[in-house]
Design a protein around this ligand. Sequence first.
Ligand SMILES: CCC(=O)SCCNC(=O)CCNC(=O)[C@H](O)C(C)(C)COP(=O)(O)OP(=O)(O)OC[C@H]1O[C@@H](n2cnc3c(N)ncnc32)[C@H](O)[C@@H]1OP(=O)(O)O
Length: 640
Amino acid sequence: MSDGALAQQTYRDTVAASLQDPAGFWGEAAGLIDWFTPPRQVLDDSRAPFYRWFPDGRLNVCFNALDRHVVHGRADQTALIYDSPVTGSRATYTYAQLLDLVARFAGVLRDLGVVKGDRVVVYMPMVPEAVVAMLACARIGAVHSVVFGGFAPAELAARLDDAAPKVVVSASCGIEPSRVVPYKPMLDEAIERSAHKPDHCVILQREQQRCEMGARDLDWKQLMNPDAVAPAECVPVAATDPLYVLYTSGTTGKPKGIVRDSGGYAVALRWSMTNLYGVEPGETWLCGSDVGWVVGHSYIVYAPLLTGATTVLFEGKPVGTPDAGTYWRLIDEHDVVAAFTAPTAIRAIKKQDPQGELVRRHDLSSLRTLFLAGERLDPDTWRWATDHLGVPVVDNWWQTETGWPIATNPVGVTLFDIKPGSPTLPTVGYDVQVLDERGAPVPPGVEGAICIRLPLPPGTLPTLWQDDDRYVSSYLSAYDGYYLTGDGGYLDEDGYLYVMGRTDDVLNVAGHRLSTGSLEEALAGHPSVAECAVIGVHDELKGQVPRALVVLKGGIDLDDEGRRRLEAELVRRVREEVGPVAALRQVDVVDGLPKTRSGKILRRTMRQIADGQEAAVPSTIEDVGVLEALGPVLRGDRTG
Ligand SMILES: CCC(=O)SCCNC(=O)CCNC(=O)[C@H](O)C(C)(C)COP(=O)(O)OP(=O)(O)OC[C@H]1O[C@@H](n2cnc3c(N)ncnc32)[C@H](O)[C@@H]1OP(=O)(O)O
């Protein structure tokens, strides 16, 4: 057997062993983390399906991300590089400097009355202060909940009500390539709309646009004055205590608060950084996402810092800041060994630089691997990146719920043959099964529901924030003993996984997960709309974009001009209620929506027609004539 084949067999054996003896595998991996009280028990299954990892261990995640590196000789190593083409600024922070800032901001939070278990909402652009705020929460055992800046006040308000934070940390503005986005008025509006009111808002005043301060607002810079605040020490927490709550979209408008525990997450991320992403302490890593998404939590902030690596925090876009070569500049200038972004980013770059001329202007010799995740990696995008970068381009598949890859090519251990369209093999700890409607595993090559046999490995969600029932009904009730991913796909003869797309009504727009429910709620709130449906249709650049079909209330009869005006109004309404990331561009006023006899709207069937696929029309359809009448609108033969 060649060395490569041996390494591959060893990895497959390791995955099998991790499933047969999870406590053995993760008990050993726990040694990657410094504990105040090392765990004696690895897995508590006494309340299955609510599993708990390292139940009697005590640690502090911030200590593991910062203090221990300072203690062990990395004080002067760069921990974080802030590179912001949109403001024309750059800064570097050593581990000692980042620790100083985090300990001081932890002191600020403590002085504002935040104690272990309290929630702190972070609504910030891609600035170092966002990372400082997250780690400061971890330091004192507070639970952070970061809300992506591209969400509108109504979405932020829903999260404020659910998380009930004592403090909100925000900024005066964010900077998008074409405009300055005033965050503070959106925060004020969200607090106005929410039933829960935070005690304080800590605001980072940015020079690009300062904001008015209100009665509950405090200035970040004043609070951080070393004369005004004493640094806070790390508070030991139970491994099972929540580190953060991150909201994600389900099929309804109400977002789901994904809970992340402390110990399991720290162990899984530290393990993944070296074994799956191949990054060692001291190396530099770029993750081109946003701290508001799980990729940002796990692979901009926690995993690289837990590893003692250097992380690049990029405030810019893959194109337009200033051009489609910006990622290659980052890799070149900061000696990045591995980079991570979403396929949509590469599609945007490819569109502007099809021949890869900007790639060739940079020295990419430091780069070993490009990782892509967040949506399906189409083979054309994979091919372009592979051809132009000359390094392995690795698809990895995971979810907000899991926090780290369910399936990937484990380059830190060995590189398996890449099959375009597949994120390679299920990862250590994930017993991935493809099930048919009755819950039986299907043979290789046959599509079904992708499920994971319980228990899920450390680092994955133990439950939803204050909603065990919804955790069970959303994820565990479809198939007894399995977690339902919500994606469909298949395994091939070699065990490679192929993820074909959502089986529910969740949208994935440019790697942003959005709920049809929240868009529909925004549309339905318009006084002229009787009912509506949102479907996700294929888009060359964003992967998927939403399309809306609305039925007007009886008695409203609009001419062409009136319809166009209403459609534009509805587009604007979704932007204002959900946020610009929803990217709704097309609304069609139609006479009726196709439904089953029990009243379920046939979104999937409409999506298939809009995408030019063969449509599955259920036998339970109420009136097939409604669907036939919609055909030309969905196919684009006729709009409006
Ligand atoms: C593996 C587990 C996971 O799936 S975690 C999720 C992983 N997903 C990601 O990392 C997201 C990947 N996508 C991206 O980073 C962006 O879409 C990239 C590729 C950078 C393109 O960005 P952009 O050009 O802004 O397009 P977009 O579709 O994201 O944005 C649409 C409109 O929203 C706006 N927006 C975006 N971010 C913000 C923000 N932080 N604050 C305020 N506004 C924001 C954009 O400006 C854009 O607005 P407009 O419609 O052009 O006016």
